[in-house]
Design a protein around this ligand. Structure first.
Ligand code: UTP
Length: 472
């Protein structure tokens, strides 16, 4: 191993990483050297001191105020006109190929406990349609609707890239043109033990994990995806997470309003259901928009009320964004971008003192991730638009309970039921007023109420029976 690299590692206080190198084969050593050479060693002591050996201070600015947003329903005639103009602008951008979709799918999905990339998880309430399948169908229908194929960028991690691509091949890209789907890989960060020493996953590898969805921005640049967007004349990126099959993959109003407002980055907000709901809070300080995580918002602010009793900090983030391509280009020019790191205490399988692999039962280390929303304060202009929760947000974080695959499937059925009901179909309800059926509508056929009405016309569907399982 190169002496300069060794010295950098020792100077960073990480000499323990070198303790097995004399016993490695040439191939193992070469692999380990490549991994170690990719680390910015000068940065490690500061990261350890700032984020690992002590808990980072969360500074809440004294002037923190709730962020303003455009309400779901226009407040007056002028806003009504603006929304109409935004719809038209969004449609124009979609028709002219100025919009692409971006799904962040590099996370490890530990809470779901599913073995495989989260996007391959079968979420269909009736069939085994995957999360990726939902987005693919919605992208296909949106492209068809506006007469222009929307490109789809999918961010994976080094851990799930091969499995993700294999899944797309197995599913024949869900019928999408293969040259409209692009995979790119995010960066990684080494995990720290609580003593500030980097953890090893084997004698020739560090315990590395994906560097957070904030890694999207630099990964777009480094992978060449940004150049591809620029070459194709794409101006807006419709960004969403892999765990939300209800997301509108490219919403004309949201995209159009971003454009009309000249926003570099935009966000959908949802009104929080209670003061402690686990959503990041849209705030402003010093004229900059930012998200304060639910766990960091002090009680007095979380509980603060307006005169009418509503929550002052009401705007929660479902992580749905529009980014202008120019903004990503500006942020990452020079090939660097330093977003703040966020600490997560995790159980990390690693080598013990004797070089044996050890699987902890309690958190034994720290992972550092950057978050996409930390780009908000860097944007010259931010636009926030209220979304309709039941229509756009069903996060699949856990297997059961709150924000789970179970609750997501129920929300899919409920949204489908609303759309069919609006088209005149009789929907069975339980005594508690819940939909008493399981309903799946193919996303490549039904994007909205108009599509549902068309489907009802074609199929002649009049009524769904109590307990019926329907897939159309
Ligand atoms: P989450 O914060 O829900 O994390 O990611 P996760 O890794 O999927 O799940 P847990 O916390 O281990 O249970 C939100 C979104 O950001 C993506 C995820 O794939 C998901 O779409 N993400 C997260 C990345 O693309 N890369 C990352 O490094 C982290």
């Amino acid at each position: 191993m190169d002496e300069i690299l060794k010295q950098a590692i020792i100077a960073a206080g990480q000499e323990h990483l070198l303790r097995f190198i004399d016993n490695l084969s040439a191939g193992e050593l070469a692999q380990f050297t490549e991994e170690l050479a990719a680390i910015d060693w000068a940065q490690i002591p500061a990261l350890s001191a700032e984020y690992v050996l002590k808990r980072p201070d969360i500074a809440i600015p004294a002037d923190l105020a709730p962020a303003e947003f455009f309400p779901l329903k226009p407040a007056d005639a002028a806003m009504q006109k603006l929304y109409c103009d935004a719809d038209a602008k969004g449609v124009e951008l979609l028709k002219n190929g100025k919009v692409c979709c971006l799904t962040v799918a590099g996370g490890q999905g530990t809470r779901l406990g599913f073995d495989g990339p989260k996007g391959t998880y079968p979420i269909g309430p009736v069939s085994d349609l995957s999360l990726f399948g939902y987005f693919a169908g919605s992208i296909a229908r949106t492209s068809e609707k506006y007469g222009s194929q929307i490109d789809w960028y999918i961010m994976t991690s080094p851990i799930n890239r091969a499995a993700t691509e294999a899944f797309f091949r197995e599913k024949n890209f869900f019928g999408l043109p293969q040259d409209s789907v692009f995979f790119f890989t995010q960066g990684t960060m080494p995990a720290f033990g609580t003593d500030g020493k980097l953890l090893m996953s084997s004698k020739n590898s560090l315990a590395l994990s994906p560097d957070g969805h904030g890694g999207t921005l630099l990964a777009l640049r480094k992978s060449g995806a940004l150049d591809k967007m620029l070459a194709k004349g794409v101006e807006y990126i419709s960004y969403f997470q892999v765990d939300n099959p209800l997301v509108p993959v490219a919403d004309p109003r949201f995209i159009g309003l971003s454009a009309l407002e000249n926003a570099e980055m935009s966000a959908i907000m949802l009104s929080k259901t209670n003061s402690r709901e686990k959503l990041g809070n849209f705030c402003v300080s010093g004229g900059r928009t930012m998200i304060i995580e639910y766990s960091d918002l002090p009680d007095e602010l979380a509980e603060k009320r307006n005169a009418d009793g509503s929550l002052a900090f009401v705007a929660g983030s479902p992580a749905i964004h529009v980014l202008s391509v120019g903004f990503v280009e500006k942020l990452t020019s020079g090939g660097t971008l330093r977003l703040p790191w966020h600490r997560a205490d995790k159980k990390i399988a690693c080598l013990d003192e004797n070089g044996e692999l050890f699987t902890p039962s309690e958190p034994n280390g720290v992972k550092l991730e950057s978050f996409i929303f930390d780009a908000l304060p860097l944007a010259a202009k931010v636009m926030i638009l209220e979304g309709d929760r039941a229509e756009v947000f069903a996060p699949t974080k856990n297997a059961t309970g709150v924000d789970s695959a179970e609750s997501c499937r129920v929300m899919i059925t409920e949204r489908n039921a609303r759309r069919l009901q609006a088209a005149g179909v009789e929907i069975p309800l339980t005594s508690e007023g819940k939909v008493d059926a399981v309903i799946q509508l193919a996303p490549e056929r039904v994007l909205d109420e108009a599509d549902a009405a068309e489907l009802v016309k074609i199929t002649g569907l009049k009524k769904i029976l109590a307990g019926q399982v329907v897939a159309l």
